[in-house]
Design a protein around this ligand. Structure first.
Ligand SMILES: O=c1[nH]c(=O)c2nc[nH]c2[nH]1
Ligand SMILES: [Zn+2]
Length: 474
């Protein structure tokens, strides 16, 4: 791929802990040809890096590519979108006043079914990858559709565009329209195996793309199918993604469809249905988890399953306000999901902003719950943790991406804010800051807060995955 050793210079910001961002100023990060961070040096300008760090690494100074963050710019880990439907991208913003079950039938199933057209699938999947990369999403956990060839195409496009991804063929063999349903549990399993085999052929070491077993959600899956997918997860050690407790009517439907007499579970809760089928593992990503009961959250925690918090979607299709602090207090690992197109935005930054705001609604009293305590509020630092390190743990990439440490891979974005000069103009033609104006007197935490609340893709200047430049703002 013609990759070179790289030297990144400037300010680096990443999460140290849930509520703590670390600011490394005047720092140098060296990334080798494989995309791995091999040195992180503070108090290190270009001269010092050339004279001491590069020789120590045995690198030819002339062959190193240097990328410098200018005044007002900083490097930040790439975002991890832990839940989105690549196939629904054309529908973002289109949901009217629907709620989950009518939204699926009205907007979603017809669109997903139409992507069995390979020309349309290529158009949509190319666009969603480009768009999410342009918003700094370096890793995405994608739902595709039930169609194997177009799901394979999504894998191929992630690889050619260089986006890290988990790709899931959607499994659904009941309670969905005739035109969009797997013919049987066995057919669903066989198709899933075919899409897994394709990924393993295309990326044998799963260095960029990994398969993820994807039962759509309990109502659309028969018990035999869920059990077979649970067995497949045990056989392959692959991750699982599904939805849980998003909407009250959905939960009532699950209780009707899966009584304990059928599942063998101790109760009729949504989490118990998945658990009884072997789908609640430490590699399971559960989207939403808005209305979990205390006992369900304890079960999710005991199984070490993860939660993808999708605040844009939960507000858009009126699902409710997930209690993230409560989930975190239970020891459940959480990340953020745009959940396009239940969610209206391709941006994890927007999702982080909405996570902060929804947590304030929890404090004010949402979901028919009594107003929560102040501490339910999520801070700027916390939502950015969820968008990076939290997301990495949700998708099983902790220690590999989500921060700037030796041994981690360089999945990163260069963020630029508008620096305002004395005349009130943005300094430097190409340094558009979008809605983020920085006057120069703000502290670094305040600059990052301004980015969180007003930033967008105009601030995402460059994006790398595994050391490869995969997006550059024109
Ligand atoms: O947000 C959601 N999007 C979906 O496509 C879906 N399918 C089942 N449940 C769902 N929830
Ligand atoms: Zn979803």
């Amino acid at each position: 791929m013609g990759l070179k050793n790289k030297l990144f210079l400037g300010t680096f910001v990443h999460s140290k802990a849930l509520d703590e961002l670390e600011y490394l100023h005047n720092a140098a990060v060296c990334v080798d040809m494989s995309g791995t961070i091999v040195a992180v040096e503070v108090e290190c300008d270009e001269l010092r890096a050339r004279e001491t760090v590069l020789p120590r690494l045995g690198w030819e100074v002339a062959e190193v590519e240097v990328v410098e963050a200018k005044e007002g710019q900083f490097f930040f880990p790439g975002f991890i979108d832990t839940h989105l439907h690549a196939s629904q991208y054309p529908n973002i913003g289109i949901f009217g006043k629907s709620t989950l079950l009518d939204w699926l039938n009205t907007y979603t199933f017809p669109l997903e079914a139409s992507l069995s057209d390979p020309v349309k699938a290529r158009q949509v999947y190319t666009r969603v990858i480009r768009k999410t990369l342009s918003h700094g999403t370096t890793c995405a956990a994608y739902y595709a559709t039930i169609d194997v060839p177009s799901t394979n195409l999504l894998t191929d496009l992630c690889l050619s565009h260089g986006q890290r991804a988990l790709v899931g063929r959607v499994c659904m063999d009941q309670l969905s329209p005739d035109y969009y349903r797997d013919a049987s549990a066995d057919a669903s399993l066989a198709a899933t195996r075919a899409s897994i085999a394709h990924i393993l052929r295309a990326d044998p070491t799963m260095s960029l793309v990994k398969p993820i077993i994807t039962p759509r959600f309990a109502p659309a899956c028969s018990l035999p199918l869920m059990r077979q997918l649970g067995a497949l997860a045990r056989e392959t050690s692959l991750p699982i993604q599904t939805h849980i407790s998003e909407n009250k009517s959905e939960i009532a439907l699950v209780k009707d469809l899966f009584p304990p007499s059928a599942t063998g579970a101790a109760d009729d809760s949504y989490a118990s249905v998945y658990d009884a089928a072997g789908l609640l593992t430490d590699k399971t990503v559960l989207a939403h988890a808005v209305h979990l009961t205390e006992a369900e959250a304890d079960l999710v925690s005991a199984r070490r399953a993860k939660v993808s918090h999708c605040p844009c979607s939960n507000s858009a299709i009126t699902s409710g306000a997930a209690r993230v602090r409560w989930l975190l207090d239970k020891g459940i690992t959480c990340g953020l999901g745009t959940d396009m197109s239940g969610g209206y935005s391709p941006s994890v930054l927007e999702t982080a902003r909405q996570a902060a705001l929804v947590s304030r609604h929890v404090v004010m009293g949402a979901n028919g719950l009594a107003p929560g305590e102040e501490r339910e509020k999520l801070s700027v630092e916390e939502v950015l943790f969820l968008a990076t390190r939290g997301g990495a743990e949700v998708v099983g990439l902790e220690g590999r991406v989500g921060g700037f440490e030796v041994g981690m891979e360089w999945d990163a974005q260069l963020v630029g804010l508008g620096m305002i000069g004395e005349g009130g103009e943005v300094e430097g033609e190409e340094d558009e800051g979008g809605d983020v104006d920085v006057f120069g007197w703000e502290s670094w935490p305040d600059r990052v807060a301004k980015w969180l609340y007003n930033g967008d893709d105009r601030n995402t200047k460059k994006v790398w995955v595994k050391g490869r430049l995969v997006h550059q703002r024109k």
